[in-house]
Write a new protein. Structure first.
Length: 323
């Protein structure tokens, strides 16, 4: 039961029963409705902020699961990248080194990677950058797998030619060690015996008696056997394949002819002093892909460790060359 209200009337000097006007009643009703609406809105907002619907909870669980799976995917890609890096290191520094093959150029391994135009479409998505980085990593791994696969195909071909390679690489001395009287000069800057100036000596000079045999140091084909006007005198050049060529100079006699097939250890000429020479010796050079390299690295087939170390010490002495 609602309470009855009274108000004081100054004119009659009496308390009279209060009669609520329609306007006041309407205000009271509207105020009550407004308060209810505000309260309901506040409750809904608080519930929206602090309470989640079953569907939102489900979405949250899915997002958490996807985040975990994404992190695992990133770790798997990192492990794959590490495996590929290890394979690349072994390929370039072990397998290819064994077969005297050049490493795969970095430009080839990385070609086609980080092409920003290929990922431009992803920028319009909310998580485009995240997708972009993931795709770039996957493209990187896929490219390296293709390059590494082709590299192993090349290694397989080199393995098949390994026997021919080992027979062809210059691997013995051009003169018999027991015939060697002196290692006159090694590879590098040496004093010229005629001009008395420092000049690059592209090979090694083996001093021995005239007429001693000179041997082919690997299987190959004679590409030149004649008198060289450039100072080598009677000389022989043998093409061994795989980028190798050897030269034998200042012979007293040539025992092979151009285009003749020779085998390692076969006598190809006799020691002499023809051409630009100050005494009987065999001038010997090894070339790889057109460039002269130090022959001291190619005597592992017929020297003991002690003999090889002695020869290395002799070749390192800055002596005067014989040609």
């Amino acid at each position: 039961m609602s309470k009855i209200k009274y108000v004081y009337n100054p004119k009659t000097l009496q308390y009279e029963r209060a009669v609520e006007k329609f306007r006041d009643k309407l205000k009271r009703i509207l105020w009550g409705i407004a308060s209810g609406v505000v309260f309901s809105a506040a409750v809904i907002i608080l519930a929206y902020i602090f309470l989640r619907s079953p569907r939102e909870k489900q979405y949250q669980r899915e997002i958490e699961t996807l985040v975990v799976r994404y992190e695992l995917l990133q770790k798997r890609m990192e492990r794959l990248q590490n495996v590929l890096n290890d394979l690349r290191q072994r390929d370039d520094n072990v397998y290819r080194a064994i077969f005297e093959a050049e490493p795969v150029p970095s430009s080839l391994r990385n070609s086609g990677i980080n092409n920003e135009e290929a990922y431009a479409e992803l920028q319009r998505f909310e998580y485009g950058e995240l997708i972009k980085q993931s795709e770039k990593k996957l493209d990187n791994v896929a490219k390296q797998i293709v390059v590494q696969s082709k590299s192993y195909d090349q290694i397989f071909e080199l393995v098949k030619n390994k026997e021919a390679l080992m027979q062809s690489i210059p691997a013995i001395m051009p003169v018999n060690l027991k015939d060697l009287m002196l290692m006159a000069s090694g590879f590098g800057m040496r004093t010229d015996p005629i001009y008395k100036t420092l000049r690059f000596h592209a090979g090694m000079d083996f001093v021995t008696e005239p007429g001693r045999p000179i041997y082919a140091t690997g299987n190959g084909t004679v590409v030149r056997a004649d008198m060289d006007a450039g100072g080598y005198g009677n000389h022989v050049r043998i093409e061994h394949g795989f980028g190798y060529l050897t030269l034998y100079g200042h012979m007293s006699k040539i025992l092979v002819r151009p285009n003749q097939k020779v085998r390692r250890g076969q006598i190809i000429g006799l020691v002499g002093s023809t051409g630009k020479s100050v005494g009987p010796h065999c001038h010997y050079e090894v070339h790889k892909n057109g460039e002269p390299i130090d022959p001291i690295n190619f005597y592992y087939n017929d020297l003991s460790p002690a003999e090889y170390n002695k020869l290395v010490q002799m070749s390192a002495n800055p002596t005067q060359s014989f040609d």
